[in-house]
Design a protein around this ligand. Structure first.
Ligand SMILES: [Zn+2]
Length: 331
């Protein structure tokens, strides 16, 4: 019997393994004492981290590389196998040779190679790391992006100070505290009514995306709105159709700059007229399971920007995992 499709495996950036219990970062004395045996990753001013050229793993350094105690730019990520893990933010961008790697929707992005290491971004590289590495880098990028937007008190405008090794921002004037913020966004795979899982999926091209780049629909949850209502509203706003049977699939942190993507599936009538939101959606259409599978088969090869082949989201996105699970399922 056919069952509703589910995510077969956790999305790439949801595979964290370090213990991030709050009590670990409130004991400053203990953390400082453990710095000499701790490990750390660097994040440069553009948010990239080094990986060894011949291996798909983070270049994890001894924390003492940065001195005898945690520098101001260090944030605590968690503990695993009795080792403390940190990230040191905003390190200087290294000089080196510029190389290209596959990025969003298979387009090339430039990166730099120096001292046998390539500096990579989470979005391009997160899926190639093991669970521990992906979790560390996701948390580091999320803290970095929050810090860059929490420099001033939201109540009185005073420059804020960091506490708890990156996890609290405090205003020295009015004492307001802020914790790392996450904005919920829904993302929904809409399939047609055939059988349990449908034969076609609705894919859209967002404004400014590369030619033939298509993905499932997504949008931010509004104040006072449930997730299910958000799914229905976003899809109606973006493509003008009403979905039903909204069901939850799974989630993934997406710290670009500070979202969590909440994945859903829903059904819709494929004969319904699509009406695209001006300025937001450039194209939308139904694609067969065979078309999606064929696009996955070409996925790792960077695309010719002029080609007319369907381009699907990168391996680090939850959209990718949702589409793979749907493509592997029977109608
Ligand atoms: Zn304040």
């Amino acid at each position: 019997m056919t069952v509703p499709f589910q995510l077969g495996e956790p999305p790439a950036l949801s595979r964290a393994v370090v213990d991030r219990e709050e009590s670990l970062r409130t004991d400053a004395e203990r953390l400082r004492a453990r710095w000499s045996s701790a490990k750390a990753i660097a994040l440069d001013e553009r948010g990239r981290t080094p990986v060894p050229l011949d291996e798909q793993r983070l270049a994890i350094r001894d924390a003492v590389t940065w001195g005898d105690e945690p520098p101001a730019a260090a944030v605590f990520l968690g503990q695993a196998d009795d080792v403390d893990y940190w990230a040191v933010l905003d390190t200087e961008v290294v000089d080196g040779e510029t190389v290209r790697m596959p990025g969003r929707f298979g387009a090339w992005v430039d990166t730099v190679v120096a001292d046998g290491e390539m500096w990579v971004g989470l979005r391009e590289y997160g899926d190639r790391l093991d669970a521990a590495g992906a979790g560390l880098l996701t948390t580091a990028v999320a803290l970095r992006n929050w810090h860059r937007r929490a420099r001033f008190c939201a109540r009185c405008g005073t420059p804020t100070e960091r506490e708890q090794f990156g996890w609290v921002s405090r205003c020295p004037t009015c004492e307001r505290e802020e914790y790392p913020r996450t904005d919920p966004a829904v993302i929904c795979l809409v399939h047609d009514d055939v059988g349990v899982n449908g034969e076609h999926v609705l894919l859209a091209q967002g404004a400014g995306w590369p030619k033939w780049a298509r993905s499932v629909l997504a949008g931010f949850v509004e104040a006072g709105e449930s997730l299910e209502a958000c799914v229905i509203r976003e899809i109606r706003e973006e493509v003008g159709i009403i979905v039903r049977d909204v069901r939850y699939l799974g989630s993934q942190p997406w710290p670009f700059p500070r979202s969590i993507m909440l994945g859903f599936a829903a059904r819709a009538d494929r004969a319904a007229l699509l009406q695209l939101a001006d300025g937001e959606i450039e194209a939308a259409a139904w694609f067969s399971r065979e078309e999606v599978r064929a696009a996955f088969a070409r996925a790792r090869v960077p695309h010719d920007p002029e080609s007319n082949e369907l381009r699907l989201p990168g391996n680090a996105s939850i959209a990718r995992v949702m589409l793979e699970a749907w493509a592997a399922a029977a109608p």
